[in-house]
Write a protein that binds this ligand. Structure first.
Ligand SMILES: CC(C)(COP(=O)(O)OP(=O)(O)OC[C@H]1O[C@@H](n2cnc3c(N)ncnc32)[C@H](O)[C@@H]1OP(=O)(O)O)[C@@H](O)C(=O)NCCC(=O)NCCS
Length: 196
């Protein structure tokens, strides 16, 4: 596979918005996200990435097809759901860089691209000189969840190896419609952070 990694910021993300929406809708259908996406919501959400030159998108391109992507933005650009736990804990959000999703189609997994996603986003966050913390959050699903695939391996060990610490004291909720559900419900999300 002739795969290349391309990192873009701000307005340069614009041409890739439909690719990102497709990746999110395809890959977040799987456990643990189980996300029944809507194209309209995706376009609105992703437009946030164009509002600042400090945002970042790491793209994985095979030929002419985007097969993976990973994103980040200054935490202060994020919604209240993201900033609230930090503000309530008395932390400043001005020096936190927030990582959004990491998405990769399964044939491309297990080859080190997940590491590259962290390397590139951390490099971008640190280059600005503003950010002393990088952070992301992960959905919490019960281990007994009926849609959890047999042999499912959580990414916790990978994240720990990358220097991130789970923070059960920094929790929020995101709302979305699960596959098979009729309406949106609140999902508990736990933050992981790394101090630089
Ligand atoms: C997260 C994701 C991007 C990682 O990409 P990847 O290219 O497979 O990751 P890498 O090959 O760099 O491997 C990273 C580590 O994860 C581990 N890993 C790889 N595949 C794994 C799997 N299926 N399950 C659990 N851990 C796995 C490896 O042990 C590796 O650690 P190592 O350094 O000890 O080898 C990819 O798995 C994915 O798209 N998952 C679905 C979406 C998702 O859950 N995103 C994360 C939150 S938004």
């Amino acid at each position: 596979m002739g795969v290349i990694i391309k990192t873009v910021s701000g307005n340069a993300i614009q041409p890739y918005i439909p690719d990102l929406a497709r990746l999110r809708m395809d890959i977040f259908r799987d456990f643990p996200y189980l996300y029944e996406g809507s194209a309209a919501y995706e376009e609105g959400y992703l437009a946030t990435y164009l509002r600042s030159e400090e945002t970042v998108m790491v793209l994985v391109i095979d030929g002419s097809r985007v097969v993976g992507a990973s994103s980040g933005m200054p935490m202060e650009m994020e919604t209240n759901a993201v900033t609230r736990p930090f503000l309530e804990a008395g932390m400043s959000t001005a020096n936190i860089f927030y990582f959004g999703e990491s998405l990769l189609y399964s044939p491309y997994r297990g080859k080190g691209i997940g590491h590259k996603f962290f390397d590139e986003r951390e490099k971008h966050a640190r280059a600005s000189g503003t950010f002393i913390i990088t952070a992301f959050c992960a959905v919490q699903r019960p281990t007994t969840h009926p849609l959890r695939p047999k042999g499912y391996q959580p990414l916790d060990a990978f994240w720990e190896k990358r220097g991130y610490t789970r923070r059960p004291d920094l929790m929020t909720t995101f709302q979305w419609q699960d596959i098979g559900e009729k309406e949106e419900t609140e999902k508990p999300m736990m933050f992981w952070i790394r101090k630089w």
